[in-house]
Design a protein around this ligand. Sequence first.
Ligand code: NAD
Length: 474
Amino acid sequence: MRFDADFTMTIAGEGVSSERDLEVLNPATRKAVGRAPRASRQQLDRAVAAARAAFPSWRARPLSERQGLVIRLGQRLAENVDALKRLLTAEQGKPHPDAEKEVRGAARWCQAIAAQQIPETVNEESEVRLSRTRHVPLGVVAAISPWNFPLLLSVWKVSAALCTGNTVVLKPSPFTPLTCLKMGELARDILPAGVLNVVSGDDELGPWLTSHPGVNKIAFTGSTATGRRVMETAAKDLKRITLELGGNDASIVLADVDAKAIAPKLFWSAFGNSGQLCVAAKRVYVHVEAYDAVRDALVEYARTVKVGDGAEQGTQLGPVQNAMQYQRVVGLIEDAKANGLKFALGGDVDRDSPGYFVPVTIIDNPPDDSRVVTEEPFGPVLPLLKFNGVDEVVRRANDTIYGLAGAVWSRDVAAAERIALRLETGTVWINEARSLSPKAPFAGHKQSGFGVENGLQGLLEYTIPQTITIARGS
Ligand code: NAD
């Protein structure tokens, strides 16, 4: 299938356009990729009403049937990988191979989430009573996703919500709505009308959706600042929430590493998707004895990486996704310069370039209180920091409001694991990074999140327990 430029929302199983629309730009060229509908309040009301209307019969379907349809949705994504990957690159900026991985990842997630069973437990089975607990769906789920992995992070929510018997209104980011709109279109002849609605719009749409009385749960991925607002809104009628938020992940490199061997892995852990990854390494602490070797190997490897338009053959890193984020990342580089920080690589932004390109930038041992260390850059800028001792580095790594993920690199796996156990984060990798699994719970500690995605716990977040007791012998 080739996609044309006609993008419609999916409401009650129908393609819906709107009076007003949004222009979606290619971040590599700043040229229009397409126009997405801008939902009116009435259209959002219709989407929520359609999801409510579809809920009773969807929840009543056997679990295996719902799972089968989610698997079918995943297959449909995989069948359209070529067109979807091109569209994703055009709107998001990531290179074609990475866009393909995202589409295939979304398809894989559908299969894996649909393979999970929802447990039922027996609490008591005696002469007096039988008590058991099952997990029932919540109702209408508002799924809200960011612009860095628009399709995959939407599918995390959609697959789990649908398998557990909820219906969904998905709202992708206004910067990257197109791939999700196409997913809605591809799902129209798979899912019953109203089970998956996809709406697009600008800044007012998210608050309309999260405050909507017809929504029972909000599954949100985005920044910590927005997550706080979502939580406040949800408090008004006690909507259930899952929040996956920002991070400032620390990577700890012990003295015994082989600098050259780990340099490529360390590089991609920080700069993959141009650093626009919630679980990117955003502060790399290297033991003082290995510091110079690791810095030099990282810089040497970084020089080989091709930054450019993601649609061009050979590109390994694309642009930053949007103007706001570009200004933010460039602002951090300027702040580093103004404060006299040392650049091991990069720092010279070509403002005349056609897209939002930022060169790979590595900052050499900045102070702990510099902005590039304390803030989440969410772009290709990385501080490398020296440390001396384990207690010291654990304290510095944990000294943040965030707690998403972290990594430890060492030939001594036991020593690395001892450090891992002391990190206040939801995920810790040893000698790898960025691997996430539909089977493993993914949870942000501290202000990196609230609740869990993936794994059985993630699945159960789309349900609520119901205990049924039957008196016996009366
Ligand atoms: P964002 O918070 O600006 O937007 C996320 C989504 O929320 C978008 O769809 C946006 O339109 C919507 N939104 C904005 N204001 C809203 C409101 N008041 N009510 C409801 N919805 C609203 O985040 P972003 O800039 O798109 O994404 C980058 C951030 O996301 C980074 O901080 C990154 O770390 C985080 N992130 C976290 C994870 C994770 O799993 N923890 C994954 C990816 C990205």
